[in-house]
Design a protein. Sequence first.
Length: 70
Amino acid sequence: MATLTLVVFRQWLLDALFDGARCIEKRRRLRVDASQLKAMSEHELCDLGVGRSEVPGLLRMAGAAPSGRP
């Protein structure tokens, strides 16, 4: 019985660590994307069909989107 509890706890802990790592990676990608968009000129953003005032909202939507978890 104690072995089963240890196995369950170990799996829970590994899942929590992997979820945390995925979250950190997602936030890092969002920061990189944000810095790239902020570095773009108005003309480059317009070519993408995005206004500078829309960038914060798009980044918020990207942050709220579900990750591509298997």
